[in-house]
Write a protein that binds this ligand. Structure first.
Ligand code: BGC
Length: 429
């Protein structure tokens, strides 16, 4: 999946208050109404006014289910225990069986750390029912209600600006209807267990791609469908009354660049409002499957030029813009693989970055009211993308010199990478 497409030298239009001309030697190229880029070449000093229509969410909410329930005030992670998904625990246990000594002990401890479960195919949806039933029973016997953490990840033409995580549905082949059915199936499972709270991250990378990557044909073609699908997802989940959702918002090195903040805020807010301001959409998730630190006093040199060089700086820059536009977003931040910094050659490198370590454990003690929880969203040990250059989903990022190789297909187990995460965990396991 694409984890960063940033343009350091940007001339954006809507909401952009910086310079509106390119330096001599580069030309302004308009990608969309939010986003223009100074590309090297020909006449410098040009100013171009975008002519395309701004990206906004679909405006029809007529058929949207109206949730009758009111979310609990405050942080939805509080007052609950988080369910440990057997799927990841089984992966970790199998991996640990091949290890010995302290590495094995440390590896096994990962199975006890709450990690989101990705529903990246429709075939996996029935397993959610099993997890929810299990969680419901655990909640009843302990007296403390449970949370099941899920990632909704099956858009048609998924991962439109990269190749590694291309999904099962295609827009050209009934993709939107297939996606609606996928959401309906998730909803049918969750409906059976109103006593279990679900925390959902919605569609990693999709909206961020609509902010910065509409110059990629596949993303431009997917724009309307992504918006319709994400809107459907949040409305249907909202109506259940026990699902708190966070829309994926890329990370500091992607939408955190000053030129991208305002276009991003505009897209999130319009989507949220056009969906009817669903009350269980709690906010945004950042750094999902990425490697950035939550806070740091010593910025990684690759972040140079971006004042928002960590996730909290990004969040603190984005939140007020969202708030004033009518989206009072709170945040969760993935730190699952952020234990080691200064390991990337470029901030845009996202694939199995070598030398990574498990990071800060999930906690609601974030020190910041805006941030509900540090979470582990990417199950550490599951691969980001194959390094096999002849594979259909080969993405060049997975062949870079800072990408661990040989690497299997995205989502499948990558034993050597898992062992590195265990050994480099910070704090240590
Ligand atoms: C893959 C998914 C997988 C997820 C979590 C993504 O990169 O495309 O198949 O479920 O990572 O590991």
């Amino acid at each position: 999946m694409l984890k960063a497409q940033y343009m350091a030298n940007v001339e954006a239009s809507i909401g952009w208050t910086g310079p509106t001309t390119c330096v001599s030697g580069s030309t302004c190229t308009v990608n969309n109404a939010y986003y223009s880029q100074c590309l090297p070449g020909s006449s410098g000093g040009t100013t171009t006014t975008p002519t395309t229509t701004p990206v906004t969410g679909p405006t029809t909410t007529a058929s949207a289910p109206t949730g009758s329930q009111t979310p609990d005030a405050g942080n939805p992670f509080l007052g609950h225990n988080i369910y440990l998904t057997p799927f990841y625990a089984a992966e970790v246990t199998a991996a640990a069986a091949n290890l010995t000594g302290t590495t094995q002990t440390k590896a096994l401890s990962v199975a006890k750390i709450p990690t989101f479960t990705w529903f990246d195919t429709v075939a996996k949806v029935p397993s959610l029912g099993t997890y929810l039933a299990d969680a419901s029973a655990q909640g009843k016997s302990s007296g403390t209600p449970m949370i099941v953490e899920i990632i909704v990840y099956d858009l048609p033409d998924r991962d439109c600006a990269a190749a590694a995580s291309n999904g099962e549905f295609s827009i050209a082949d009934n993709g939107q209807a297939n996606y609606f059915n996928y959401i309906d199936q998730l909803v049918a499972q969750i409906k059976q267990f109103p006593d279990v709270r679900v925390i959902a991250i919605i569609e990693p990378d999709s909206l961020a791609n609509l902010v910065t990557n509409l110059s990629v044909e596949k993303c431009a073609n997917a724009q309307t469908t992504y918006l319709a699908c994400v809107t459907y997802a949040i409305q249907q989940l909202n109506a259940l009354g026990n699902v708190y959702s966070y829309l994926d918002a890329g990370h500091a090195g992607w939408l955190g660049w000053p030129a991208n903040l305002s276009p991003a805020a505009q897209l999130f807010t319009s989507l949220y409002k056009n969906a009817g301001s669903p009350s269980f959409v709690r906010g945004l998730a950042t750094n999902v499957a990425n490697y950035n630190s939550f806070t740091t006093n010593s910025p990684d040199p690759i972040t140079q030029g971006n004042p928002n060089y960590d996730e909290l700086l990004y969040i603190n820059a984005l939140a007020p813009v969202l708030q004033s536009a009518g989206f009072p977003a709170h945040f969760i931040v993935d730190q699952g693989r952020s234990g080691v910094q200064n390991i990337r050659q470029q901030w845009g490198d996202w694939c199995n970055v070598k030398g990574a370590g498990f990071g800060t454990r999930p906690t609601t003690n974030t020190g910041v009211t805006l941030v509900d929880s540090i979470v582990w969203a990417k199950p550490g040990g599951e691969c980001d993308g194959t390094s096999n250059t002849s594979a259909a989903r080969y993405d060049y990022h997975c062949g870079l010199s800072d990408a661990d190789q040989p690497a299997p297909e995205a989502g499948t187990w990558f034993q050597e990478y898992f062992v590195t995460l265990v050994n480099n965990a910070n704090p240590s396991l």
